[in-house]
Design a protein around this ligand. Sequence first.
Ligand code: DGJ
Length: 743
Amino acid sequence: MGITYIPEEQLFKLDTPNTTYCIGVIDREGFLGHAYYGRRIDNIQGMSALMRIYENPMTPETNARDRLSFLDCFPAEYSAHGVGDYRESSIRVRSAGGHSAVLLTYVSHEIYQGKRRLEGLPATFGDESEVTTLAITCRDAVLGLRAVLEYSVFEDTDAIARSVRFYNDGDGPIYLEKAMSACLDMDNRDFDMLTLHGSWARERHMDRRRVSHGKHAVSSLRGEPGHQEHPFMALLEHTATQTRGDVYGFSLVYSGNFRMQAEMNQFGSVRITAGIEPEDFSWKLTSGESFQTPEVILVYSGEGLGGMSRTYHDLYRKHLIRSPYRNKKRPILINNWEATYFDFNEEKLLDIAREASKLGIEMLVMDDGWFGNRYDDNRALGDWQVNEEKLKGGLKKLVDGVNALGMEFGMWFEPEMISPESKLYQEHPDWAIAIPGRVPGLARNQYVLDISRKEVRDCIMGQMFEVLHSANIKYVKWDMNRPLSDLGSAALEADRQGELYHRYVLGMYEMQERLLAEFPELLLENCSGGGARFDPGMLYYSPQIWCSDDTDALERLAIQEGTALIYPLSAMGAHVSVCPNHAVGRNTPFETRGYVALAGTFGYELDITKLSQEDKDMVSRQTAMYHRFNDLVREGDYYRIASWQDNHLYDCFQVVSKDKGESLVFYVQVLGEPNQHGRILQLQGLDENAEYRLYEADMQGDTEEITQDTGRVCSGQLLQNGGMLVERLWGDFRAKLIWLKRQ
Ligand code: DGJ
């Protein structure tokens, strides 16, 4: 495994357990070409032919008169700009002379064990026994621009991390106007493109369509990934399913503007480019300075989408999430947002905590509304002082009271924002992002703080630290409730204004890093008006992210399915809330809401003092269920069995422990059907040679026992090939949780 250089063929071979990736250096000029990515190949003799360098048009070395024909079809490892490759470029500059062309060619390389940290950016990690890295240095001699293309392969996971670092070796400044993290050229193999799209309260729905000629992109200019598009793209064979077919995934570890694009050209080849959105991006590199792109994670699966998802889950759980909680059960929390919105005081919170503690809930999270004069969402962001009119006796008294009930305490912040009606804005109006002479647009009646500025970050972090040190606070929900607009920083020179989007993201990362350095044991949950900043970058800081403001069980099935395409269930913030649901007005059974939330971090978002006795009894059983099954849900392998988005009737997914000793099957009958005779579900991931005993979750029983033995024992072979029968349920939105235990 690892990385080898084969000098006779001038090929780099990057191997993961089941995949191979090959890069070639060709021609005396040192063009860097992409030869292969896919199923593992041990003997790669003759591989360079796949770059078509022996066919017409040959390389410039042998056919200089047709240089452009060569450049416009050569499978480039990092595509040039402005010199005759007319497909999407990976880089573009503005030189001292005002020119935009760049052609990076091979200079040297280094292969080393381990992986460097990416300065200022979140990134996957691994020690010397887990990761090998190839660093290829390229140069554009005319510009004096050096680029180091980095590729890290993981010993235990079929993933490759790619990023680029640029250095200005010249005398004058160079402006980077586009700096993608990766480019990949492949022949089209009847590919579909799969992306995740959405809106507020319906994030990350799957969107699959044919790749055709021209450019197909998803992107964001919101300063965060946003609810609408997601920094991910997969190319998959048109016939690929959950279990079969070639799938290539591209997931960007970045929390700002992004662009993921596939372009099919005249010859039927496809170029994927991924990285920071070039529109409104410009970075001044003065002599001797460098610029680091975020990294993109490439995953190839020859076993359909399911294989790709499991690789991302393993990689992100082991090599991206750093939190001390990453392998731990998280406390079951109850959040007061949907219970009270802004209308609460310490008595109300204590009432909720009192009732919650009796039912097995372990933490109270105080949401928006505890600071300044925050009586609604029109004011006070930036004034992070406790409102003692609401919390009489102060924060410590409240936290101590909650602790006395045996519960932990967590709280909400929105550190990147400023309300026009706040003390902070009165003192520092220039701290809001704005363009001189243009009144910036409000959203939720708030502006965005210019956190590219150190003094702004210092002020906010100082306020937060004071609050967090004042009481026993174990959890922070870090929210962000509007996208960026009217980009302008009072602190940046004119020729650096194009840096603001990226500097904003770097500033936010630095703030979260500081928070965790100050409170290393803190459980941090990121959030952005629901799930607008659910991306791999944020997972580096918080082991869980709030998925969506929509907690309706049915909508959540779609949101969580799309999210689980890339992210482990352990990362998905999921709560049980009341009905009619506050986002869609739908009624679903309490039991179903519980199962759907158990497939995430699990918690509650409701006024527990107002629940019926029947629902309260179920809360006790749900919390017990969480303790019984969370290790499996958090650490197991995820299999998608059926999607109600495809069949419009039912949804099913499964989690299997790594040793295949047990499995949980989540089944939701979305619509009841007349004259239906039970459904047979073909399970996956089991030990074919073992027998499993089937238990059903019992949420209403008279005994303490939360699972009931069905008396059925089936072989793994039968459950996978024949299937498992689930009887018809009565009504809509009814659910079953089935636990399989190896005998
Ligand atoms: C958006 C979040 O997603 C909600 O959970 C809540 O925290 C509100 N913001 C508070 O303003």
